[in-house]
Design a protein. Structure first.
Length: 105
């Protein structure tokens, strides 16, 4: 399902959190964009923000990069990543299902 949601991610080896954008989501994984070059196989702790009424809510997942593609654009390099979910709390899985069904808009 096409979505447009901000995310914050952190790799185990990187002490800094980085930002990105979720452009497609399913119950098994994500398609994201980032300006950071990350190796395939890297596991990321991801915090996804989504609108819930007049507030922002979030859910967390751990996902693994299973493929990547480099896009070179006028304003610089941007990487596209396919991620597979590795770990997610049941509570966060329920939030993801509601986001996919459009119930938090």
């Amino acid at each position: 399902m096409y979505v447009d949601l901000p995310l914050q991610y952190q790799a185990k080896y990187d002490p800094h959190a980085r930002g990105g954008l979720v452009v497609n989501a399913s119950e098994t994984g994500l398609l994201i964009y980032s300006t950071k070059d990350i190796p395939i196989g890297t596991r990321l702790k991801i915090d996804i923000l989504f609108p819930k009424g007049y507030e922002l809510a979030d859910f967390e997942v751990v996902a693994e990069i299973i493929w990547k593609k480099l896009n070179v654009e006028k304003d610089g390099k941007r990487y596209q990543y396919g991620l597979k979910f590795i770990q997610m709390l049941e509570e966060d899985h329920l939030k993801l299902k509601q986001v996919l069904r459009g119930r938090f808009k």
